[in-house]
Write a protein that binds this ligand. Structure first.
Ligand SMILES: [Zn+2]
Length: 773
């Protein structure tokens, strides 16, 4: 018995041994497997993002751009996305998504083995296309990783998904998912998708609509109703089927949905980024301005709220006015483009900006700020501003008489001409500006210094590079309408430059103010009395001069025309107490217009623009004051009154009649004759001394070659004042002699001057001047 017992016991022992070894072996195998698994997990966990970030995750949001009255005029998005809390998403949508994407969502912990097995089986059988990825895994993929499909990535997604499940509730995960997932057509998140496809809010989605959207994330293009209607509907039916089989909808609801499905309306999707822009000339400028100062990522995903300055009613009106003008007169005078800029005085707000007609995907050139055109006589603003700053007054007299500037050996001399080919003799500045006398402008610029005129132009808002050429005072340069409007607004603002802005306030997605332009930076660039005189002179020019067609009866307005001699550019720039506007008309390819002047087209157009801007606005007086003193530029080195070549100057104020009579003689220039700066510069043989500097008057410095210039024309059929005496008129037949000089007040500090004696008789040919009129 015992033997049998022993035997059986030894067998038992052997069995036990085997069992123990087997268990041990299995255990160790398990341990090894576990260790390997841990090692794998450890390996893939390295470098994964922290899912804790999800809590502070800033969802990508569309930047919105509003008009001054709060109307939405543009949106900026790469990913069209608007964050929506779960309770504001239709339950139909939640059910549809769970049914088709992750029916065991509430049962798994991020990874669903049953789902994987079923997907594998279904895939093997070629049936149900439910993806193996849970909603949590899709979220992980969407948030942290670039879309790349490798085994490696699948493992990482699974690890992240489990981490997400640990930190967030199911409801939070669902909300993140519904706001993150891509639904095609540029729409990220269910809110953007329902707006894109159905033009409604996510909370209002019905069962049919929800079934369409829920089917999209799997293959947004393949199932898109915009791409393949049939495939889209098949997919929709599958989603509805899943919803029914999961018990999310009843049989009756299912039947009703199937019947409603073919009648479902899809919103018009034929739109591109720029077609979302209303008023593209203005909004594209805003976007360019934003680009200049903000990170692109912030603009497209930061959900900024940009409150702009555009007055939509005025913007629309200006667009219409330009269109109408071009339609009515474009073919008659041969012009096909134009630009309008309206600035609000005091704030620098751009209230309207029209950069042409016919904005399209292919034609996005914005002439209001991108066109560089010759300003013609409207440039004279800078010459007169500089002269007044230097101590001249509107009554200061400058001769309108022939003068020739020697351009150096081998170069033709330059003799500025007036558009009527006549010379009026000694005229006060006010009259010279009123009738846009070219010779006076050139002479004055030579008296005060071309460089100084350029300096004032820059200070007043010109950004383009200006060359110190003798014809610059007549507009030999390229400037945009926005720059001209800025410069004229300096006068309207009493000498203060306020840089124009299309934006008043920018807020971030949480409502914090990021940028505030409601209190713009002021810079005083002209003395207030200079602005006062300029206002007076420009008002006279608008009322009685070349710009008379701009004059608004019963309102204060001031401005200046501009026309180039070959009729390539015509302008009117001016202001009322509330607004400043610049109007330009011409052709993109610089084709000539047919004998048209700024006073003919631009002045009446400016008037219409300004009347629209002023509609319903009070009738104000000018704000600028005359001031008891006159500005006078002084040399920084010698502290004497500045000559045209003094490199650095400062502004000093004097009572009229007390301006210093002694000029600086330390900077290459000989003292001006007499003591009044208003005195014309006598021309003489080339001065032997003095270094050639860009500011040296070109009549005395060899080697200066004037750039080809469009000479401003007189712009208007107005009767000119009677020509006055040109006492020194020993010149050619162009000078019209008259018996008596008109009585003009000569500034006290300037003793009466003998009239200039031109050294060279102007050639009978008007030279570089334009056609006479
Ligand atoms: Zn000096």
């Amino acid at each position: 018995m015992s033997g049998k017992g022993q035997k059986s016991s030894s067998v038992k022992k052997g069995c036990l041994k085997i069992l123990i070894f087997g268990v041990l072996g299995l255990l160790s195998l398990l341990l090894v497997t576990l260790a390997a698994l841990l090692a794998v997990l450890n390996h893939y966990s390295r470098g994964l993002p922290d899912v804790g970030k999800l809590r502070y995750y800033e969802p990508s949001e569309t930047t919105r751009i509003y008009a001054a009255d709060g109307t939405l005029i543009a949106t900026l998005f790469r990913e069209n996305r608007t964050w929506t809390p779960l309770e504001k998403i239709s339950p139909n949508m939640v059910k549809a998504v769970l049914a088709i994407e992750d029916r065991r969502f509430y049962d798994h912990h991020g990874v669903d083995p049953i789902g994987v097995a079923r997907a594998a089986y279904a895939s093997y059988k070629g049936g149900d296309k439910q993806g193996a990825s849970t909603i949590t895994m899709q979220l992980a993929r969407n948030l942290f990783l670039t879309p790349k499909r490798t085994i490696d990535r699948k493992i990482k997604e699974a690890i992240l998904a489990m981490q997400i499940e640990k930190r967030f509730t199911k409801q939070e995960i669902l909300e993140l998912y519904l706001n993150q997932i891509y639904f095609g057509a540029g729409a990220h998140g269910v809110q953007a998708a329902s707006s894109t496809y159905f033009n409604k809010k996510a909370k209002d989605l019905n069962i049919v609509e929800a079934s369409l959207l829920a089917g999209l994330p799997q293959a947004p293009t393949e199932y898109s109703p915009l791409v393949n209607k049939e495939a889209s509907q098949e997919r929709q039916k599958l989603v509805l089927q899943s919803m029914k089989s999961e018990g999310y909808i009843s049989q009756a609801e299912y039947q009703a949905a199937l019947e409603a499905l073919p009648k479902m309306k899809i919103a018009n999707q034929d739109r591109k980024e720029f077609q979302l822009l209303k008023y593209p000339y203005f909004t594209s400028f805003v976007i360019k301005d934003l680009y200049r100062r903000y990170d692109e990522d912030l603009l497209y995903r930061g959900g900024l709220r940009v409150y702009t300055t555009v007055d939509l009613k005025l913007q629309k009106k200006c667009e219409d006015l330009l269109k109408q003008r071009i339609k009515a007169e474009g073919n008659i005078f041969n012009f096909h483009q134009g630009a309008i800029v309206v600035l609000e005085n005091g704030t620098g707000y751009i209230r309207a900006m029209v950069g042409g007609v016919g904005w399209s995907d292919k034609s996005q050139f914005n002439r209001a700020w991108q066109a560089r055109r010759q300003p013609g006589s409207s440039f004279k603003l800078f010459v007169y501003a500089t002269a007044l700053e230097a101590g001249m007054t509107p009554e200061s007299v400058v001769p309108d008489s022939p003068i020739t500037y020697n351009m150096g050996p081998g170069e033709p001399a330059y003799s500025p001409q007036n558009s009527d080919g006549r010379f009026l003799g000694a005229v006060p500045l006010k009259v010279a500006l009123q009738h846009s006398r070219n010779v006076v402008a050139v002479r004055m610029a030579m008296i005060v210094g071309i460089d100084r005129v350029i300096d004032y132009a820059y200070r007043m808002g010109v950004r383009e590079k200006l060359e110190p050429v003798v014809s610059l005072p007549l507009g030999a340069c390229d400037i945009s309408p926005l720059e001209m409007a800025t410069a004229y607004s300096v006068v309207a603002n009493g000498g203060i430059r306020i840089d124009p802005s299309p934006i008043s306030v920018i807020k971030d997605s949480e409502g914090n103010i990021v940028e505030d332009n409601r209190f713009p930076h002021y810079e005083e660039v002209l003395a207030e009395s200079t602005a006062f005189y300029l206002t007076d002179m420009l008002e006279n020019a608008a009322k009685n001069g070349t710009g008379y067609a701009s004059y608004i009866d019963g309102r204060r307005c001031a401005g200046k025309t501009g026309t180039t001699s070959s009729h390539r550019d015509i302008w009117f720039c001016g202001f009322t107490p509330q607004y400043t506007a610049a109007v330009w008309v011409g052709n993109d390819d610089f084709t000539q217009m047919y004998g048209v002047f700024g006073g003919d087209v631009c002045a009446p157009l400016w008037k219409a623009v300004m009347m629209a801007a002023l509609e319903g606005k009070p009738n104000l007086r000018w704000k600028v004051r005359k001031g008891p003193t006159l500005p006078c530029l002084m040399c920084t080195t010698s502290h004497k009154r500045a000559g045209p070549n003094c490199p650095k100057v400062y502004r000093e104020y004097y009572k009229p009649g007390q301006l210093p009579g002694i000029y600086c003689d330390s900077h290459g220039a000989r003292p001006l004759p007499g003591s009044g700066i208003a005195a014309p510069r006598p021309t003489g043989p080339a001065r032997p001394t003095g270094p050639a500097s860009p500011t040296a008057p070109v009549d005395e410095r060899p080697g200066e070659i004037p750039t080809p210039v469009e000479v401003p024309l007189g712009e208007g059929p107005l009767p000119l004042p009677e020509p006055v005496a040109d006492p020194g008129g020993a010149s050619g037949g162009e000078v019209i002699p008259a018996p008596e000089p008109i009585p003009v007040e000569i500034p006290m500090e300037a003793p009466p001057e003998p009239a200039p004696v031109p050294i060279e008789v102007p050639p009978p040919d008007p030279g570089p001047a334009g056609p006479e009129m």
